[in-house]
Write a protein that binds this ligand. Structure first.
Ligand code: ADP
Length: 398
């Protein structure tokens, strides 16, 4: 173990994911999750050395602070306090202000809070976690790593909506994109697989988890991505609709739905869950499909067809291709979903490497298809956003 451990925090409105990461190797020696914040059943659980532990958070409120205070004592009891060099925070929205990782001071924190207008669910929770960590670790530098930052290289033709320009100048309405840390990481790893400097390679990065997005990475930079002004755009996801005709919203409002009902449905009751009428979880969809469930089959088809169409459109964005990258819980683990997407890509000359695709089903990296026509491969690369957060935090220390 090296001396550079970073505490990586991902703070949601009712949860807090944490991990103690060795910045040199990416190893997580401690991982954990606080959840049910704001409820009497608030709890913190963690895994250390293969051992799982769980504790109720008995305090009546401010569960973020209590969870972080517990992390402080946990790190102390494991004798790791001296090795901890920084705290790295995942922050969802950096707007146009933050194009890379920054050290957090009062003005950065105020900017993150100001961006709550663009990410009302995420940024206030992120700021809460940052404040609690600054209180708990006053001597440690803290860094913010933004989900949007990697996409700030998109050209105006990719980030501009086909709408009145005042909506952008007045309200900042444009495509921002998310999952940037993951697309950044896997494109760097993919460059090693194709044996080229990332600055000279073109990839389509396909992150498929509960949230899902595709990113066109040209010469190491994001030039387009499927999530937009919010993480609701683009692919169909576990519970999110992805792209849909905005006219549907007006239609439902005229039918008497409230805007809360409309957006609750689009965010939480759509996607795999909505289309199948069964579950938001890809594994459940695949199992039900095997048992002949029609809704699950339709959800599988809508999901894979849309992913393939996005990949096709990003061929246009890139002009030439070195690789397609599958990552995220589904991209790394789901053989049938990758297989179906690859079957659409025959038009680009992709031929599945069946043994490679089957071997990659257990989360290991590997080539799953090749295209002589494009001179490109499709591959699985396990993502590791926490490691990026740790590395970028340590890089700024120096
Ligand atoms: P998040 O976006 O919340 O980080 P993950 O990247 O962990 O989510 O992905 C969660 C998704 O991955 C779920 O839909 C889950 O069913 C799916 N998944 C995990 N393992 C498998 C598997 N072996 N086969 C199919 N899907 C899987």
């Amino acid at each position: 173990m090296t001396n550079s451990l970073v505490l990586v925090l991902n703070s949601g409105s009712s949860s807090l994911k944490f991990a103690l990461i060795d910045a040199a190797t990416g190893d997580a020696c401690l991982t954990g999750l606080g959840e049910c914040f704001g409820l009497p059943e608030a709890v913190i659980s963690w895994k250390y050395d293969g051992q799982k532990s769980e504790e109720a958070i008995s305090a009546p409120d401010n569960h973020h602070q209590h969870a972080i205070n517990r992390i402080v004592t946990l790190v102390e009891s494991l004798g790791m306090t001296d090795k901890l060099v920084a705290v790295g925070h995942r922050v969802v929205h950096g707007g146009e202000k933050f194009t890379s990782t920054v050290q957090i001071d009062d003005s950065v924190l105020a900017e993150i809070e100001n961006l709550a207008d663009l990410a009302p669910l995420h940024n206030p929770a992120g700021a809460k976690g940052i404040r609690a960590a600054m209180d708990a670790f006053p001597a440690l530098p803290q860094f913010a790593v933004f989900d949007t930052a990697f996409h700030q290289t998109m050209p105006p033709k990719a980030f501009t909506g086909g709408i009145a320009n005042e909506l952008y100048t007045e309200y900042g309405i444009r495509r921002y994109g998310f999952h940037g840390t993951s697309h950044y990481f896997v494109s760097r790893e993919a460059a090693k697989v194709v044996n080229k400097p990332v600055e000279e390679a073109n990839f389509i990065s396909v992150h498929l988890g509960n949230g899902a997005s595709v990113c066109a990475v040209r010469n190491g930079e994001s030039v387009d991505t499927s999530m937009g002004f919010t993480p609701l755009a683009g692919l169909m996801m576990g519970t999110r609709s992805g792209d849909l005709d905005p006219g549907i919203i007006e239609f439902l409002l005229k039918k008497g739905w409230t805007s809360e009902q409309v957006f609750d449905t689009l965010n939480k009751k759509s996607g795999f869950l909505g289309v199948s009428g069964l579950t938001s979880d890809a594994r459940g969809i695949l199992e039900a499909m095997e048992n002949g469930h029609e809704g699950a089959k339709l959800a599988f088809e809508v999901f894979t067809y849309r992913v393939a169409k996005y990949i096709g459109s990003y061929m246009v964005a890139l002009g030439s291709l070195d690789g397609i990258i599958f990552t995220g819980g589904i991209g790394e683990n789901s053989l049938p979903i990758r297989r179906e997407i690859l079957s659409y890509l025959k038009v680009f000359g992709f031929i599945e490497d069946e043994a490679g695709n089957e071997a990659a089903r257990f989360g290991a990296a590997g080539v799953v298809a090749t295209s002589a026509m494009m001179d490109a491969v499709a591959m699985v690369i396990p993502t590791n956003e926490e490691w990026v957060i740790a590395q970028q935090s340590v890089a700024l220390l120096k």
